[in-house]
Design a protein around this ligand. Structure first.
Ligand SMILES: Nc1ncnc2c1ncn2[C@@H]1O[C@H](COP(=O)(O)OP(=O)(O)OP(=O)(O)O)[C@@H](O)[C@H]1O
Ligand SMILES: [Mg+2]
Length: 213
């Protein structure tokens, strides 16, 4: 469903990504690993269409990215960035945001289901996000990202602030979506996590794919 063909990202004379070839199937879960600075976030930002490759091309379901409107791509390809981004004051402000962007009504039932699935059942939708802990805030952003089930989900260290119990809870939620056909690229430093359930592990080294296991 996703094909990267000789994708490079160069800034001035710096090669941040070099000749990346990667094919992702529907319902495939791939762990993206590699040292800090190896280009993992840049790769996901390119696939999320936030930045454009300086060389190469990307196909989504057989069509070039430029054949999609930015809105339709954003609805199909969902990217959770490395840095926490919260909106407004309450949990509801955050979980209702994707519906607002699509000019659709807020699915309160799904919001409550997701809140429970990320282990935040004790909170009401009206609770203030500012008073929550870092790990709780991270789980609000994950729930927000899943208000609509994407075709391709890009996670940049989504569970970095979470303890083992909550990490497993999030993994379960994500891998249930994989079973339903969502493809996932998940940057993780947790090798135990990357070995547990992923179909493949892609390792980046100095902007190149080093090995596939
Ligand atoms: N627009 C840019 N201009 C210059 N350098 C950039 C730009 N974007 C990324 N880089 C550099 O590219 C390298 C890869 O960055 P990237 O954020 O992709 O790494 P990463 O693998 O996600 O690292 P981490 O594990 O620390 O998050 C870094 O050295 C970064 O400074
Ligand atoms: Mg990164």
């Amino acid at each position: 469903m996703l094909n990267l063909n000789n994708v490079s990202y160069h800034v001035e004379d710096q090669r941040i990504l070099n000749q990346i070839n990667l094919n992702v199937k529907q319902g495939e879960a791939i762990a993206v690993v590699g040292a800090s600075g190896s280009g993992k976030s840049t790769l996901l930002r390119i696939i999320a269409d936030l930045i454009s490759p300086t060389e190469g091309n990307i196909l989504f379901k057989g069509h070039a990215y430029k054949d999609y409107t930015p809105e339709s791509l954003r609805q199909r390809v969902s990217y959770l960035p490395q840095r926490l981004e919260l909106f407004g004051d309450t949990i509801q402000d955050n979980l209702a945001f994707p519906a607002l962007a699509r000019q659709e009504s807020f699915d309160k039932k799904r919001a409550k289901m997701l809140l429970e699935a990320v282990g935040l059942k004790k909170y009401k939708l009206s609770a203030s996000v500012q008073r929550m802990s870092g790990g709780e805030q991270q789980r609000v952003t994950i729930a927000r990202q899943l208000m609509y089930q994407p075709e391709l989900l890009l996670l940049d260290e989504a569970t970095s602030a979470l303890d083992d119990k909550n990490s497993r809870l999030i993994e379960q939620l994500i891998f249930n979506m994989v079973k339903e056909g969502t493809s996932v690229l998940w940057i993780t430093h947790n090798t135990a996590q990357s070995k547990r359930q992923f179909h493949r592990i892609v390792t980046l080294h100095n902007g190149e794919i080093e090995q596939e296991a």
